[in-house]
Write a protein of this length. Structure first.
Length: 321
């Protein structure tokens, strides 16, 4: 009863913050993301007569907190499959812990875990390869993991309960061949802390309405293959999201000097006529979105800032290896 899966992390285009239901990880509004082909998590799950569940990440035994998040998914698998075995889970990221700090590997980690456990338990034989159900499982570990499951451009329908909160793919590289340059910047900020804090912002209710409306615009822009519109909408969403982070109870400032240097560089490139756009999630890392033909020049300008740059196209859905 063993399976191994590979999934890609996401770039949030229309981000979500705040959870209506923290146990089921149900958000206040829909969101849209793009899977990052260059990065991945591989997770192996084995069910057997073990004394206890174990989780190893990049060769290191996990903390109890990480194990408990993993067990939420494993327990749901055990509930649906009827098995009572404990599980050993071995998860590896394409980047080391230090390198990936500041990038959202919880999305690919949750997706790979859910898919591997679903297959190892035998549910895939009984129910077929059900990406909608696997996305619901992955959501229990990390909200964005549900989008990582389906791949490409994904929309997470917020829903109101476990069954109605899931992700669906709305496009892929053929729909819009967006290319991204990722500038990873170290962060110690925990996303869960931010999710809880932003609901105290006096602008939170306005953000929920604005984001839900922007999701519809982003959905149309992707289907129309309009990269410029996608880039502009992602930038606006980023600025609005970080305004919310800064006006919660904790008054968090997650930008780093490198973040601002990258944003300034993007704006300079646009003044030069290049279709280049920035996007950020909860932390200081920056995604730079552009066309394939402009990738080399934009990358050279970013490298001149003394930052690391990861080049990527749009990634696919979770796969069993």
């Amino acid at each position: 009863m063993k399976a191994k899966a590979r999934a890609h992390p996401i770039q949030g285009l229309i981000k979500y913050h705040g959870l209506r239901n923290r146990i089921l990880r149900i958000p206040y509004h829909d969101s849209i993301s793009a899977n990052v082909d260059a990065l991945w998590t591989e997770t192996e799950v084995e069910f057997g007569e073990f004394g206890a569940d174990e989780l190893w990440i990049n060769g290191v035994k996990s903390s109890q907190q990480e194990l408990k998040r993993c067990q939420i998914v494993l327990d749901k698998i055990r509930q649906f499959s009827g098995i009572t075995y404990r599980a050993k889970v071995f998860s590896t990221n394409s980047l080391t812990y230090v390198e990936s700090k500041g990038l959202g590997f919880s999305s690919s980690g949750g997706a790979a875990l859910a898919a591997a456990a679903y297959s190892a338990s035998g549910l895939s034989k009984d129910w077929g390869w059900d990406l909608t159900f696997i996305s619901r499982l992955a959501r229990l570990l990390a909200g964005s993991a549900c989008k990582s499951v389906v791949g490409g451009y994904a929309r997470w329908y917020a829903g109101v309960d476990d069954q109605s909160s899931y992700a669906a793919r709305i496009g892929d590289r053929g729909t819009l061949d967006l290319r991204m340059l990722i500038v990873p910047i170290h962060s110690n900020i925990r996303t869960d802390v931010v999710h809880e804090d932003v609901t105290a912002s006096p602008f939170f209710d306005s953000r929920v309405r604005s984001a839900q409306s922007r999701v519809e615009e982003m959905h149309r822009a992707i289907l129309e293959g309009d990269l410029v519109r996608v880039g502009i909408l992602a930038e606006r969403d980023t600025l609005e999201l970080h305004a919310l982070i800064q006006t919660g109870r904790l008054g968090l400032i997650v930008y780093e000097p490198q973040s601002l240097n990258v944003i300034k560089c993007v704006k300079e490139l646009r003044r030069e006529g290049k279709p280049v756009f920035f996007s950020m999630q909860t932390g200081p890392s920056v995604f730079v979105n552009t066309y394939r033909e402009d990738l080399g020049y934009v990358k050279s300008r970013l490298l001149s800032l003394g930052v690391s740059v990861i080049e990527s196209a749009i990634g696919g859905e979770v796969k069993i290896l």
